[in-house]
Design a protein around this ligand. Structure first.
Ligand code: IVH
Length: 702
């Protein structure tokens, strides 16, 4: 990517820029230096300066840009995160359909694929077709369009024809250059495709942090990466540590709209080209193979070492290298005929079922969990796996002491495939599902329509603990920093008996606990104080009333002025709400007739928890009549009476959609002081309504 001479000059400039003040006229060079170090760090994995030095240069750039905002360009390293929210549900048509891949599972399948390639291309049976073999990354597919060297758009795969636009999020990904020198190769518009992934160790750190904060953990790096691409706030995308491997440059046009890459007639040349331009591609991971036998042995090598690889992969992709041959093969509606995915087998291991533990959930459901002789499988040690319910155990004829086959596919959650009766010696014991709750001894019951046995004692110790864990979690009261382990610790200490105790914790005592201290006790207090102001739909959901999920809680929150109103609600009141059924009605009525529950709610109220309907609880009013309904808007320059974020929120409330750039899609530009290039561009377009901050305020207050 960087020739030696350029590299030396950028290194020299790095030192100069670190040591002395940088002139405004050197702004472009400073940006080049930063982009060079970003490439060394994120793509080449060979940082040439320390993080501290990088930060110093970055700060110098920020300072110059703050003094000269008119010189800021969208490609500047400081512009990766914009304040603006992502484009929401906006979709875009891919320039060519993003096809899927056909699958193969063994050497015979690959040999058959090789034969079909020879038939389709007319090559002789003894010819060794050249293939490129790459890991099949298990993440989220993404497409990027660059136009005139600039990243123009990024989108998810979607249904293959249309994807969801996520440009603002993609701009935060350090492995995606904001600009690249395609024009030097005569390319004006190009569409690149790749896979967004999260390294296994980064994934573990993310989950550990989420668990600590009481957030739900991700099942696997794929979900974390694919979800990360679609975050509303680009800053959250940035924090996921997503990296992108590019594996296809299918479409590239020159200024005249003609194919600009015909001379690069092979997949490996095009991938090398992308690498040269500064993109992350499978470099050491891919192999150029001559003939299918080499492909098969390369895949075998990877099958053996895939657990040690830093990224989750679920197979390898075999691609005919020559584009001429690819064209002869063509594609079906679903997949190209010139490529095939080889899917690795799920990893399996045999181990012993030592016993079964029964875990009680927040509404009393009993989940059997198999305790296994710990066994290493696909990089993790497995000691316990969920058995879901009684039916699962009997359908697999599991017995205590059995040898069982455990499997872990691409996903992280392992499961028992079957028992292995051939190893039985007669000492195995049948599983007797408990008739009473292992925590409180209450007789378990089973509703015909449900798979789980349940403990009906609302005061059961195990249920109380689970309800507390749920109450503080992200999906319920969202008490930041109040993770499961803290709830368990405070519960053991007798500080938490029911949900209302969350709001009278003794922070001085917490500060003295091992691993705490005054700062973390204070942080917890701040989070709990904040949660007290939650809208009532969150509170309703956090009470763990059976079947009262998020949506039903929201619907109820819309209808009541205060939580205690539910005390007088009758079945017909619930039935008047579309989407609320009799089961929810019955359970909510039962909850609000129980004296202990009512006393708990009153204690919560006394301790400051909001019980009144908030604006957030009220039904969303359709904004068709709003003053900016259906318009796109952009704020530029410094605003005097409000922050940029506040202004954007007001615009959204007035029915507008905030966008980040001036283009023919922009309807309204609000200009603050020192507005620069955006104002000029909007004036030049002529189609944009330009208004002052005051005019904007007058309009939305109309
Ligand atoms: S090539 C037209 N190469 O696998 C064929 N795909 O199951 C384009 N994937 O949607 C795909 N790693 O998201 C290709 N090295 C690789 C890949 C790869 C992961 C994903 C891709 C595709 C899916 C198909």
């Amino acid at each position: 990517m960087y020739a030696e001479e350029l590299r030396q000059s950028l290194l020299q400039k790095t030192q100069l820029f670190l040591q002395q003040d940088i002139a405004v006229s050197e702004l472009t060079e400073l940006r080049e230096v930063l982009v060079f170090h970003e490439w060394n760090y994120h793509i080449n994995f060979e940082p040439l300066i320390s993080d501290y030095e990088y930060d110093q240069l970055y700060k110098k750039l920020e300072a110059i840009e703050a003094a000269h905002p008119e010189l800021i360009t969208p490609e500047s390293p400081t512009q990766r995160v914009s304040l603006q929210v992502t484009e929401g549900q906006a979709t875009v048509k891919h320039l060519t359909p993003m096809l899927s891949l056909a699958n193969s599972y063994n050497a015979e399948d690959l040999e058959a694929f090789d034969e079909s390639i020879k038939k389709l291309t007319g090559e002789a049976p003894d010819v060794k077709i050249k293939y490129c073999v790459e890991p099949k990354y298990d993440g989220g597919s993404v497409a990027f369009v660059y136009d005139s060297d600039k990243l123009l758009r990024a989108s998810t795969r979607g249904n293959g024809i249309q994807g969801e636009v996520m440009t603002a999020n993609a701009r935060t990904l350090p492995s995606i250059p904001l600009s690249a020198s395609f024009s030097k190769l005569g390319i004006k518009t190009v569409e690149l495709r790749g896979e967004a992934v999260i390294r296994k160790d980064t994934f573990d750190k993310i989950n550990a942090a989420r668990e600590k904060n009481g957030q739900s953990i991700f099942a696997n790096p794929r979900n974390a990466a694919a979800g990360g691409l679609r975050m509303k706030n680009p800053n959250e995308t940035r924090q996921r540590g997503i990296e992108v491997f590019l594996f296809q440059m299918g479409y590239a046009l020159d200024e005249a709209g003609a194919d600009a890459i015909a001379q690069y007639d092979s997949h490996h040349e095009r991938i090398n080209l992308l690498s040269e331009l500064g993109f992350r591609v499978p470099t050491i991971e891919k192999k150029y193979c001559e003939g299918i036998a080499e492909v098969i042995s390369f895949i075998k090598e990877w099958d053996e070492k895939r657990d040690d690889y830093q990224y989750e992969i679920d197979g390898m992709v075999v691609k005919v290298d020559s584009y001429q041959l690819q064209e002869k093969c063509g594609s079906t509606q679903h997949h190209p005929r010139w490529a095939i995915a080889y899917k690795f087998k799920a990893k399996q291991a045999t181990t012993q079922l030592i016993g079964i533990e029964y875990q009680i959930g927040k509404i009393g459901s009993v989940t059997p969990v198999a305790k296994l002789e710990p066994v290493a499988l696909a990089g993790v040690t497995i000691g316990s796996v969920s058995l879901h319910n009684e039916e699962f155990i009997s359908s697999k004829d599991l017995r205590i002491g059995d040898q069982v086959l455990v499997e872990r596919a691409g996903d992280v959650i392992p499961y028992i495939v079957k028992s292995l009766p051939e190893y039985r010696d007669g000492s195995e014991q049948p599983v007797v599902f408990p008739a009473h709750c292992p925590s409180c001894g209450t007789a378990l019951i089973k509703n015909e329509k449900e798979a789980a046995w349940r403990c009906t004692n609302f005061q059961c110790e195990a249920q109380r603990l689970q309800r507390l864990i749920f109450h503080v979690s992200k999906g319920a009261m969202d008490i930041d920093g109040f993770g499961k382990s803290y709830v368990e610790l405070f519960y053991q200490k007798g500080w938490l008996n029911d949900l209302s105790d969350v709001y009278v914790l003794d922070y001085d005592a917490i500060a003295t606990l091992e691993g705490f201290g005054a700062k973390s006790a204070q942080n917890l207090r701040t989070s709990i104080e904040k949660a007290k102001q939650n809208p009532i739909h969150r509170l309703l959901h956090s009470l763990s009333i059976h079947h009262l999920g998020k949506k039903a809680s929201k619907l109820l929150g819309e209808q009541i002025e205060q939580v205690m109103d539910l005390q007088s609600w009758k079945t017909e009141d619930f039935m008047n709400i579309k989407d609320i059924g009799p089961v929810v009605a019955e359970n909510v009525i039962a909850f609000f007739q129980d004296e202990e529950n009512l006393a708990m709610i009153r204690r919560m109220e006394e301790r400051g928890v909001n019980m009144l309907q908030t604006d957030d609880d009220k039904p969303v009013v359709l904004k068709a009549d709003a003053p900016l309904s259906g318009k796109t808007i952009l704020f530029t320059g410094s605003l005097q009476t409000m922050s940029r974020k506040e202004a954007q929120a007001m615009a959204t409330d007035a029915g507008a959609k905030n966008i980040s750039a001036v283009s023919s899609n922009l309807n309204v530009l609000v200009v603050g002081e020192k507005a620069g290039s955006k104002l000029k561009k909007a004036e030049a377009l002529g189609s944009v309504e330009i208004m002052t901050e005051q005019a904007f305020l007058n309009l939305i207050n109309e």
